[in-house]
Design a protein around this ligand. Structure first.
Ligand code: DGL
Length: 257
């Protein structure tokens, strides 16, 4: 079986990492739309066009299913696109539900970190309203982390200074849970955790998404491949530039989870 993964850049590798663990016997194609990132700072209609182009490419290469491994793309384009393609499209959703449930036991609040486009979207607002958790959920856009990640900069003092500035207006000890609502953010788990109390629990939606993918593949009777391999492409299906080493980041991430 051939599974497509799609993100604006390297963020979706954090979702693919879980797929390699849960569904090791598949051929994966990873599409990074690096010529158009960051999606979090684009308009809704721009992001919709980019996602549609990527899905057209996935249709051309005849994938069995696609994971939109990007919260921003899912929130503006995910649902609407589904009906145009014959293969299942599985999206991401910030893991607010388990985080809020966890916080109910502690009485503490949840902090959702994502791109500004994800946080502004109706889909996100409705998610929080449905949980009747508006008063217990705070949000913070951290689009700067996407830019750092795309420069392969993770645990540097520039990242630390950026986070210090962004977190300054908040009392971080108030949060029992932090939701990583952008797939680039788990690449910063180590540095992010240093800002919060040790007992603060971090949530992201990757495992839920991959379990959902596994269920859909089973329902559709799509059989595992005998051997597994991964291919990486960028915008319009071109090969990534030589200095972009997706495999290295993926391997390090798989090792860390
Ligand atoms: N990785 C994407 C997400 O999960 C967005 C990054 C971007 O702004 O391009 O939201």
């Amino acid at each position: 079986m051939k599974i497509g993964f799609f993100d604006s850049g390297i963020g979706g590798l954090t979702v693919l990492g879980h797929a390699l663990k849960i569904l090791p016997f598949a051929d994966y194609i990873y599409y990074a739309d690096i010529e158009h990132l960051p999606y979090g700072e684009k308009t809704k209609s721009e992001v919709r066009q980019y996602v549609q182009k990527a899905m057209d490419y996935m249709a051309e290469i005849k994938v069995d299913a696609v994971v939109i491994a990007c919260n921003t793309a899912t929130s503006v384009a995910g649902m609407k696109l589904r009906k145009n393609y014959s293969f299942p499209i599985i999206g991401m959703e910030p893991a607010v539900k388990p985080a809020v449930a966890y916080c109910q036991e502690t009485g503490k609040k949840t902090l959702v970190l994502a791109t500004s486009l994800t946080l502004r979207e109706e889909k996100f607002q409705q998610l929080v309203e449905r949980l009747e958790a508006t008063a217990m959920v705070d949000t913070l856009p951290l689009g700067g982390l996407v830019k750092f990640a795309e420069q392969f900069e993770f645990d540097t003092s520039a990242v630390e200074q950026y986070l210090q500035k962004e977190f300054a207006p908040l009392t971080l000890a108030d949060y029992g849970a932090v939701v990583l609502g952008c797939t680039h953010f788990p690449l910063f788990s180590n540095i992010l955790k240093q800002f919060f109390p040790e007992e603060t629990v971090f949530f992201d939606g990757s495992v839920g998404t991959i379990n959902h993918l596994a269920d859909i593949l089973t329902q559709k009777g799509i059989a595992p491949s005998v051997d597994d391999k991964i291919k990486f492409v960028i915008t319009n299906g071109k090969l990534p530039p030589n200095d972009v080493d997706y495999k290295k980041i993926l391997q390090a991430y798989v090792h860390s989870i």
